[in-house]
Design a binder for this molecule. Structure first.
Ligand code: NAP
Ligand code: F7E
Length: 320
């Protein structure tokens, strides 16, 4: 048996891809599962019997300390968060509890139980917000535009601080948007690919969206989890931007997704002002050249390949 890794957020999009990757490399994978009244393991059902799933919550430090003591992981990947930007305005305190203070709880648990543990923090391009520089790299100042973005800035800096204060091997991956057929239905890529597939199948007629002009650097989650593992394999801990370097608007996303199905998006997409955000992040595009240089990491799937993959998966799920 190889090294032991703990993944928080294992039931999420990234957690499922990371668990697959670590298993393929011979790791013993422990996954933190928060208690829910219905099951939340649909993304990891296919590998469930190869994982050790344990109960805990980022809002409960004792649960974190106890499971580090019990399983003694060599690596901890902190992917758990309230990750949906829109909800962070309606639940700002909960977002702060999990996405910000949750990081401190986990870092403190590591410091108390085993400061040799290597730690990965899921930082986000949302920290750049109203961007100070184009493209954004590891030196670009932060200007978050949502309670989520603010919470991620806290999580990022507490990771840097525990590295500098206690000498922990604590790293932060500043990941730009990454998507997949396993992406939650509330995020715009999946909302569009799933909606377009349903429209093509005659199951709905229109798709309501918010701001069509927002631009994002969208990559494939399967590529991005490779970077997480590479960061923890370095000799020294540091932070990396992970991105494709290409940016596209929500409007282009609609054109490509509907176009793949032979549909004209303008016949179906309706702009709903209720879906506009109180403050928007207009443009994100990352410069991942440090990751290319030091981790030999490059995105393998581009925007068009990604959207085609997602449309195909959503269509297959509907028509079989
Ligand atoms: P996701 O699909 O929303 O998954 C979030 C995970 O966090 C789920 O497993 C969820 O569990 C868990 N969770 C939420 N609150 C928790 C709590 N209090 N205690 C323990 N677990 C909790 O997110 P993702 O897209 O995989 O993203 C993974 C991480 O990367 C997140 O931190 C996100 O903020 C960050 N990130 C994502 C992107 C992106 O584009 N995907 C980009 C940059 C950074 P349940 O299943 O029980 O809800
Ligand atoms: O929005 C616009 C919306 O919710 C993208 C999270 O993984 O990536 C994600 O955050 C853009 C925004 O992702 C709709 O206004 C238009 O400009 O898919 P999203 P996000 O907010 O960029 C970052 C890197 C993370 O860290 C987060 O965890 O699309 N948009 N119309 C819409 N967005 C949604 N969700 N729904 C719409 O109807």
């Amino acid at each position: 048996m190889g090294p032991t890794a703990l993944i928080t957020g294992i039931t999420g999009q990234d957690g499922s891809y990371l668990a697959e990757l670590l298993l393929s490399r011979g790791y013993r994978v422990i996954g933190l599962l928060r208690r829910t009244s219905t099951t939340s393991i649909e993304r990891i059902g296919h590998i469930q019997d190869r994982l050790t799933l344990v109960s805990g919550d980022l809002t409960d430090e004792v649960s974190l300390i106890n499971l580090l003591r019990e399983f003694r992981p060599a690596e901890v990947y902190n992917l758990a968060a309230q990750s949906f930007v829109q909800v962070s305005w309606s639940q700002p305190v909960l977002t702060g509890e999990t996405t910000a203070l949750g990081v401190t709880r986990l870092l403190d648990a590591i410091r108390i139980v085993d400061p040799e543990i290597r730690f990965y923090q899921a930082s986000s391009s949302e920290m750049f917000g109203r961007v100070r520089q184009v493209p954004q790299d590891e030196t670009t100042p932060f200007y978050p535009r949502s309670p989520y973005g603010v919470a991620k800035v806290y999580g990022h800096w507490i990771t840097v601080n525990y590295r500098e204060s206690y000498g922990l091997f604590a790293t932060s991956g500043i990941l730009f948007n990454h998507e997949s057929p396993r992406r939650g239905l509330e995020f715009v890529t999946r909302k569009v690919t799933h909606g377009a597939a349903r429209i093509a199948a005659g199951l709905q007629r229109e798709l309501r969206l918010g701001n069509l002009e927002a631009r994002r650097d969208w990559g494939y989650a399967g590529d991005y989890v490779e970077a997480m593992v590479a960061m923890l394999a370095r000799d020294e801990p540091t932070d990396y931007v992970i991105a494709t370097g290409q940016t596209h608007s929500v409007r282009e996303l609609c054109e490509v997704a509907f176009g793949t199905l032979g549909l004209n998006w303008e016949d179906h997409v309706v702009v709903d002002p209720a879906l506009l955000r109180p403050a928007e992040v207009d443009l994100l595009v990352g410069d991942a050249s440090r990751a290319a240089r030091e981790l030999s990491w490059r995105a393998q799937v581009d925007f068009y390949g990604l959207i085609e993959m997602m449309v195909a998966a959503d269509r297959a799920a509907l028509v079989g």
